[in-house]
Design a protein around this ligand. Sequence first.
Ligand code: AGP
Length: 608
Amino acid sequence: MCGIVGYLGSKNAKPILINGLLKLEYRGYDSAGISTIEKSGISNIKTKGRVSLLDSIPEINNLSGTIGIAHTRWATHGKPSAVNSHPHLSNDKSFAVVHNGIIENYINLRAFLENEGFNFLSETDTEIIPNLIQYYFKKEKCSFLQAVIDACKDLKGSYAIEVISSIFPDTMIVVRKDSPLVIGKGNGETYISSDIPAILSFTKDFYFLNDLEFAEIKKDSLKFYNDKLESVTKDLITMEFDATAAEKDGFPDYMIKEIHEQPRSIRETIGAHIKEGCDFDEITLTKNELSNITQIYLVACGTAMHAGLVAKDIFEKCCHIPTFTDIASEFRYRNPIISKNTLAIFISQSGETADTIAALKLAKSKGAKTIAISNVIGSSITREADFCIYTHAGPEIAVASTKAYTSQIVLLAMLALCFARRLNSMHLDKIKSLEEEILQLSEKASIILKSTENQVKEIAKQIYNEKDIFFIGRGTDYHVAMEGSLKLKEISYIHSEAYASGELKHGTIALIENGINVVSILTDKNLMEKSISNIQEVVTRGAKTIIVTNLDLPDNNYDYIITIPRVSPLVSPALSVIPLQLLAYYVSKEKGLDVDKPRNLAKSVTVE
Ligand code: AGP
């Protein structure tokens, strides 16, 4: 997954493009490059390494062009290197392209073009794109736009592409298919990016392209077409959140900022959905349609899937419909049983996760009703699903997802209660009581951040050198244990695993030895007794225990007890996860790691 940015206007493009790349580095950062239209033709400066290294190359200060494209890479084809970096030029150096996605048939296309006399410098799939454009432009003697359209017709796979040309020095062509691309409109200027934060400081007005829609961008015109060269009308959407929302607001890292944003993101996700009782106008499923639903799938990846695990219990308890949570990359290949009476809900912060999009398309093709839940307006899954609703967590920049997770839980809980109201599947008093609990989550999240952060910092100092850390819990606490374990692994690189407390004695307890740290989440009083006996099992084998709880425990012979406010176990994960997010963050900081850009990871996995 990579980040692309483009600019066309009357200012020097280079600083705008570099600024945009710096904000996109969380999407990938193993190499970077920039091309602008100069008097001498197309410039092309690129390097292995971070954007800051690109910006330190002396020649970059000679760029004065007002049209340009730039790219920060997360390698998929071809190792990180200067030659494999984007932008890539056509053989005749008249077209330059940056691309986010994967061209699945690039080997055949490369062979075809080599047969036509083209040669290739890189190992990438992308380099075939500018050369295909050159091929069609020369062969068809057509317009810039038509040549790009013809080239795209040969491409299989996913792409968001920006193209500039020395033959058409006043024009940029952009197109997307299964990869994100937004177009920001300024005053006589146009900004293009993989996503909003990179250009949010320049404009709040955006166009969102649908798959296989093309934009022809000139200084004084912006036109949209489909792949038949038919004109397309697009709405200009003004985004609410402001530029600072995508900055760090004085926090040292995006992740800690986003952890602290959770009281606000929970409040804004709740929005007006509870005012008259949980409702979502945008989901027009009637009581009759809902009554015919025989199963619900919650499908996602990573942290979003963990939110789905929490929501499974909520949907079953509120709607009494069998509910199953699936990992998207498993769901799409296991030939799931789906009928027109299936409701499939897809959860994705970015809305661009390839496996989740593919799972959504599969469910639709089998006749399921589909709902997308995303944090990014206009993202791919929201345009693919029958219905879409949004978390309003604001831009989530850190690779490790935090505020999106708690917002997803809140949104899913409200959706389940909305369906329960329509179905009359739950006593109204119980529905109202849960709605009240949800309304208190924002304030309780604030309390946790104030009351536990220093304690967690101290715990992190004690455990940051550990090699293995276990997370255990029962019921929904087990689902939170999975999320806490993932957070720790992905930003501190400490091996960790989550286990259902009752399952430990069936094998894994063999790994518990003197000094091993075990984190236990305990928020359901109906499970407290059993959970405590499971904790005792590890204590007697020498484990050090860190307990996250909102219950009055019968004893306190644990190494650490992190107390959080009480709330219904159905929605307690939105609170009990917060100390675990803080723990992962402070352990990573103790280890001096790059918390926002952990190794091997990207913010949104748009490749399969
Ligand atoms: C979460 O901390 C990870 N960065 C990762 O598991 C993420 O949740 C997963 O890739 C799904 O991303 P999405 O929500 O954008 O689809």
